[in-house]
Design a binder for this molecule. Structure first.
Ligand SMILES: [Zn+2]
Length: 437
């Protein structure tokens, strides 16, 4: 019998916060597409003697994200220096958070979140033939890092979790989470374990002796494929009695496979120590509650509410995943309460039948109301027909004398008197049966 292994996946997500300024200086944080090195100062260039000061907005947004992810917010947090040498790091260290991050112990979709912390982004390396340039516009941009516990078990689950996380962060309006622009970056830690006691929650001493980290994945699809590739690769090694190496791997989009980059660092390699230029931060219960109060309804809650208002699970999910559509639909729902019409409106919005620029929610409601008039009661219809026949005796006489046009005229009169609520065929039949008597 073939031995089986349990896949253990941890995820690390970096999201650039869209604050106006950088994390520790006044330089603009929006760096995408700007002329190289046009948004720098002594602080983010790491010049000697320059002192950092923390961006309050970035801290508040990190806490907001943590709260949306069911995290505990630490009332004392601090920044630490993570030391390593690389050309994209002007100071020789990155200001990050080590043992006292802003948020800890959250969960999303059954996957536990270890922490949500804040750090500064590094500069951007621009590789050209024969040379590598460094653009410091990105250096010091607030970067939020979310780390999960090793609770994902396959690529599909990891992908669904990441999509939901992206949706929440976008919904909070703290980051664009645009993977093509690099404002959201994904890392996967993956290893295979033999027969843990609890398949859902693997204890730390049951974790394998190695861990493979796949860095710089810039699409959810690549995350899923890289995980599947690693499961196959690591299973083959383990079956042949070898342990996979502890290392960092990249994803080759052309070959659709991972490749070895370097052996992985341990935390002690970074010589973390408290940032002496930034005092520890005290966050009061009052401040935390204030941020909690500002939390908007989350996508999952919105979807549930849409379903309660008569939408199918599919309709609700599609609307929620397109914030512009969801917002438009909310406005439509303010004026219509009828479930059939709500459904009709949802379908028009979902199927892109509406140009948001050209048709206001009010106009859409008017359109739907015309399309689907509330049925006119039979007795009310009879009453209107009698009124019209009394008012137009000549048309009635014309009909009796065989003039075909007369009935059309009478139906038209009834339609206009009922403001379009009468059914034309029903009206024609009713007029005929009255006049044919
Ligand atoms: Zn700066």
């Amino acid at each position: 019998m073939a031995k089986t292994w349990l896949t253990i996946i941890g995820l690390e997500i970096h999201a650039e916060l869209k604050t106006a300024s950088k994390m520790f200086c006044h330089c603009p944080a929006d760096h995408f597409g700007r002329p190289a090195n046009s948004q720098t100062c002594p602080v983010c260039l790491g010049l000697p003697g320059a002192l950092p000061f923390a961006n309050r907005q970035a801290i508040a947004w990190t806490i907001k994200t943590g709260l949306a992810l069911d995290c505990q917010v630490n009332t004392v947090a601090k920044f630490d220096r993570k030391n390593y040498f690389y050309p994209d790091l002007p100071k020789g260290y990155q200001i990050s958070q080590y043992d006292q991050p802003f948020c800890q112990h959250g969960q999303l979709d059954g996957i536990r979140l270890r922490r949500v912390h804040l750090e500064e982004d590094t500069a951007k390396m621009v590789h050209q033939p024969g040379q590598t340039l460094v653009d410091f516009n990105r250096a010091g941009v607030p970067l939020m890092e979310i780390v999960t516990e090793p609770d994902s078990r396959n690529g599909q689950q990891a992908k669904a979790f990441l999509k939901h996380l992206q949706q929440i962060i976008r919904h909070l309006k703290v980051s664009d989470c645009d993977m093509e622009k690099g404002s959201m970056r994904l890392e996967v830690n993956i290893s295979l374990s033999r027969n843990p006691v609890n398949q859902l929650r693997v204890t730390s001493d049951e974790l394998p002796k190695y861990k493979v980290e796949i860095k710089n994945l810039n699409s959810f699809r690549f995350v899923e494929r890289a995980i599947n590739y690693e499961i196959t690769r690591q299973t083959a090694l383990l079956r042949s009695g070898r342990q996979p190496r502890q290392e960092t791997r990249g994803w080759d989009t052309k070959k659709q496979q991972t490749y070895s980059q370097r052996s992985k660092e341990e935390a002690h390699d970074y010589r973390y120590f408290p940032e002496p230029d930034l005092p520890p931060l005290k966050i009061s219960r009052r401040q935390i509650n204030l941020i909690k109060k500002q939390l908007p309804e989350l996508p999952a809650g919105q979807q549930q509410r849409f379903q309660q208002q008569g939408l199918t699970e599919y309709q609700a999910r599609v609307l929620v995943s397109h914030p512009q559509k969801a917002q438009y639909f909310e406005k439509v729902m303010l004026t219509i309460k009828n479930k059939i019409k709500i459904n009709l409106a949802a379908n028009l919005i979902i199927n892109n039948k509406i140009n948001f620029q050209k048709t206001s929610p009010r106009q859409l409601v008017a359109q739907i109301t015309q399309k689907q008039p509330p049925p006119l009661g039979a007795s009310r219809l009879q009453l209107i027909i009698k009124q019209i026949l009394d008012k137009h005796p000549k048309a009635a006489a014309d009909y009796r004398q065989g003039k075909a046009g007369a009935i059309k005229f009478l139906v038209g009169q009834v339609m206009s008197q009922s403001r379009g609520r009468a059914n034309p065929d029903q009206t024609r039949q009713a007029i005929k049966s009255l006049l044919d008597k």
